[in-house]
Structures are given as structure tokens and as C-alpha cells.
Design a protein around this ligand. Structure first.
Ligand SMILES: NC(=O)C1=CN([C@@H]2O[C@H](COP(=O)(O)OP(=O)(O)OC[C@H]3O[C@@H](n4cnc5c(N)ncnc54)[C@H](O)[C@@H]3O)[C@@H](O)[C@H]2O)C=CC1
Ligand SMILES: O=C(O)C(=O)COP(=O)(O)O
Length: 387
């Protein structure tokens, strides 16, 4: 029996995929797996028993990835599962920045008791007029699951699209409209685009990349859209840009004390992935990944361990070892079984950066003694008897 805990509400359609072998627990300390959306986990004590964290979503900056890796806790996310939800809101963001739709709606609500509202509206509407997005230039920083979708739909809306992503995957390149201008220097986006939308993960190298130096290179009246993470922008610099007239609007999905209620900022309460479809997709994918890992030891879509998939174990035993990615580890692991005369029928070793994962199928189940021998090998973080 496995136990799981939800740090955020997770869609039932996903949770219902758990079989009778799973039980929900309100006590995180007794959970084998944790499901999470945006709950902050950095200050959380990681329970000793915990084997896996599945983020029902894309961004994992709320999870201590390295700390989890060192404890042999696999962190998963759900690539692409909420990308369409975000894409649609980015398009809405461009439209909200182009015309004062919100101002207009508020005006109507404030004048609801005016018997002549139909007539007055015709006089007032000039105050909420704007521009169109067709034929404007859109620059996308990051062409992953979301960036590609925004690029392709913007082309259909008649925009000229520039894309920048130094790590563009082959899969992404296949899915990207041929009409998107792929630039190799982000400055080309800053210098040419009327709308700039950022879709990269928040990591040390991307933190604060939309700052005053970047803004200085941009066109007068640029619209900035941030549906990725607030800390990707130096928002004090963005506010300066708005005050000076250089930045026409800043559309962000991440309210904070810098942007909330600020003139020129259109702030949405982190609604990018809050659609029925995205929530369902993410929940289903997160639960599937967690079950495959808990039951079979297979890792698919992890952000802190390599993918490693040996299917369902048909042998008597399966052992999974989390360890440092360094020389001579496999020899030492195999010796632990060889010394006891246990035959290894299959094995797989994969690495990701400084960590590695080894799965070993055995003709006989591993004994406690063998597991203890593996645990004391220098560089081993965790040994898990899957079967
Ligand atoms: N507002 C919301 O509700 C949501 C926000 N997000 C945020 O959006 C981000 C992107 O999501 P996805 O597109 O699904 O992720 P993804 O992993 O599919 O795409 C990210 C892309 O950014 C690229 N990249 C990394 N560093 C870069 C750099 N310095 N310059 C340019 N490109 C760079 C990568 O090569 C990758 O193609 C997430 O990390 C998350 O922070 C994601 C989903 C929902
Ligand atoms: O997937 C992401 O990165 C998101 O930002 C969505 O967050 P949420 O699941 O809506 O709390």
C-alpha cells in the first residue's frame, strides 16, 4: 500500500487514477509521494519516508531540487500539460494591453444606473480605444511548450513573430511554424519587437533578465508580458520604464507588492494554468508518473534525476540506487550481488549532472544484508527495494 499527500488541491480526474493500492493521507510525514502545484517547499522539512514529488505543472522553482536529489527523492513535472491554458491567457494579455478593455468594462459597471448609458457610452468610448495586434512584431524568449504555442497562434493572428531559445529542442523546432524568425541573439528581439513575452524557467541564469539594460534596447511603447515568473523581470526597472513612457504596459500573471495596483501594470492572479483542461491534464500526468515510479522504479519526466525506464519487473527482485555520478560505482554495486551468488538479469544506469540512477533486476529478491552493503558505498544517497 502506498500513501500520497496533496500540498495543493489536485484535480479528481487525476487522483481517481490511483488504484486500490493507494491511500490519501493528510499527514505528509507518512507519505510515499507528494503531489504539489505552487506550494512553497523550500522551507519544508523533507520527510525521511518520502520517495517522490510530482509537480502538477511546469515550473519547479518552488521545490528544493538539489536537496531532494541528495535524499534520493525524485521530482517530476508535467511538461506541456498546461501549455495551452497559458497560451490562451497570453493572447488575452496582448489584447488587454492593446485596448483599455478593463477600463471600459469598469466604466460600464460604474454607470449602470445611467438611463442614457447607451448614448453616453458612444461619447465615452474614445477614452478606451486602442490598437490592433495584427502586423505587430511579437518576440518570444523561450520556445518550449508554451512559447511554441504562442508563436504559432500569433502567426495565425497576423503577427510577425521572432523567437529566441539557445537550447531549442529538435521536437520544438519540428512544431514551430516555419514563418517564425529564429534569432540567435536576444537583442534582436529587444530592438525589433512591439510585444515581448518571456517563457523560460526561473533559474539563476534567467533571474532578472528583463532589466533596465534590456529595456534600454527596446522600442518606445513596448508591451512586456510575463506569464513565466515575476523574478525573471527586475520589476522596479519595468515600473521605471512605464513611468518614462518607454514601456506601454506590463502584463504579469504574478501579483506582488511591486506591481499590484500600479499604473501601466495589468496584473492577473496566477491564472495561466487555472483551466479545467490544464488542471485535469497536469493531474493525470503527475499521478501516472508517480505510480510508475512507486510501483516499478521507472523515472519519466523528472527534473532532478535522469529518465530511466525498464518497464514492469518480471524478475524476482528489483533494486534502485541513487548515487553520485562518478567512476567505479557500477562495479561496486554488482559486486554486492555477485558476492552473494545472485544473478543480475537486467540493469540500467543513467546520469543527469552530478547524480545518477541505477536499476538492477535480480533472479532472487535482494536480502537486507545486500541492501545494507549497497547503502554504505561512498556516494550512495539511497537504496530502494522496488520488488
Ligand atoms: N503562468 C502559469 O500559470 C504558468 C507558468 N509557467 C512558467 O512558464 C515557464 C515555461 O513553461 P514551458 O514552456 O511549459 O516550459 P518548457 O520547459 O517547455 O520551455 C522552456 C524553454 O525555455 C528555454 N530556455 C531556457 N533558458 C533560456 C534562456 N536563457 N533564453 C531563452 N530560452 C531559454 C528552454 O530551452 C525551453 O525551450 C515555466 O518554467 C514556468 O515558470 C508554466 C506553466 C504555467
Ligand atoms: O505550471 C506552472 O509553472 C505554473 O505556474 C502553474 O502553477 P499552478 O499549478 O497554477 O499553481
Amino acid at each position: 500500500m502506498f500513501k500520497y499527500h496533496c500540498l495543493n488541491p489536485i484535480a479528481d480526474i487525476g487522483l481517481n487514477k490511483f488504484t486500490g493500492n493507494y491511500e490519501k493521507t493528510e499527514n505528509v510525514n507518512e507519505a510515499d509521494g507528494v503531489l504539489v502545484r505552487s506550494a512553497a517547499m523550500h522551507d519544508m522539512e523533507l520527510p525521511e519516508k518520502l520517495l517522490a514529488v510530482a509537480r502538477a505543472g511546469a515550473g519547479v522553482n518552488n521545490i528544493p531540487l538539489d536537496k531532494c536529489a541528495e535524499k534520493g527523492i525524485v521530482v517530476f513535472n508535467t511538461p506541456g500539460a498546461n501549455a495551452n491554458g497559458v497560451k490562451e491567457l497570453v493572447i488575452a494579455g496582448m489584447l488587454l494591453a492593446s485596448r483599455d478593455i478593463v477600463g471600459g468594462i469598469n466604466w460600464v459597471a460604474a454607470n449602470k444606473d445611467d438611463k442614457n448609458i447607451a448614448k453616453t457610452a458612444e461619447k465615452e468610448k474614445k477614452n478606451f480605444a486602442g490598437t490592433e495586434i495584427q502586423d505587430k512584431k511579437l518576440g518570444l524568449i523561450g520556445l518550449g511548450a508554451i512559447g511554441i504555442k504562442v508563436a504559432n497562434v500569433a502567426r495565425h493572428l497576423g503577427m510577425e513573430v521572432y523567437g529566441y531559445d539557445p537550447y531549442l529542442s529538435v521536437d520544438a523546432a519540428w512544431n514551430l511554424s516555419r514563418d517564425v524568425k529564429h534569432v540567435l541573439n536576444v537583442d534582436e528581439i529587444y530592438e525589433n519587437c512591439d510585444f515581448i513575452s518571456i517563457h523560460v524557467p526561473l533559474v539563476e541564469t534567467t533571474r532578472g533578465m528583463l532589466n533596465k539594460d534590456a529595456i534600454a534596447k527596446m522600442k518606445e511603447g513596448v508591451v512586456l508580458l510575463n506569464f513565466a515568473r515575476d523574478l525573471l523581470a527586475n520589476e522596479e526597472d519595468v515600473i521605471e520604464g512605464i513611468k518614462s513612457g518607454k514601456v506601454r504596459k506590463y502584463v504579469t500573471d504574478f501579483p506582488n507588492t511591486i506591481t499590484a495596483g500600479q499604473e501601466g501594470c495589468i496584473v492577473v492572479p496566477h491564472l495561466g494554468a487555472s483551466t479545467e483542461e490544464s488542471e485535469d491534464n497536469c493531474a493525470k500526468m503527475a499521478v501516472k508518473e508517480m505510480m510508475d515510479y512507486l510501483e516499478n522504479g521507472n523515472i519519466i519526466n523528472s527534473v532532478n534525476y535522469p529518465d530511466c525506464d525498464m518497464g514492469v519487473c518480471t524478475q524476482a527482485g528489483r533494486v534502485a540506487i541513487f548515487h553520485k555520478n562518478k567512476a567505479n560505482m557500477i562495479t561496486r554495486f554488482t559486486a554486492c550481488f555477485g558476492d552473494e551468488g545472485i544473478n543480475i538479469t537486467d540493469m540500467m544506469n543513467k546520469s543527469k549532472g552530478e547524480v545518477a540512477y541505477t536499476m538492477i533486476d535480480l533472479e532472487n529478491a535482494a536480502t537486507e544484508e545486500m541492501v545494507n552493503k549497497l547503502k554504505v558505498i561512498e556516494g550512495v544517497f539511497r537504496v530502494r527495494v522496488v520488488k
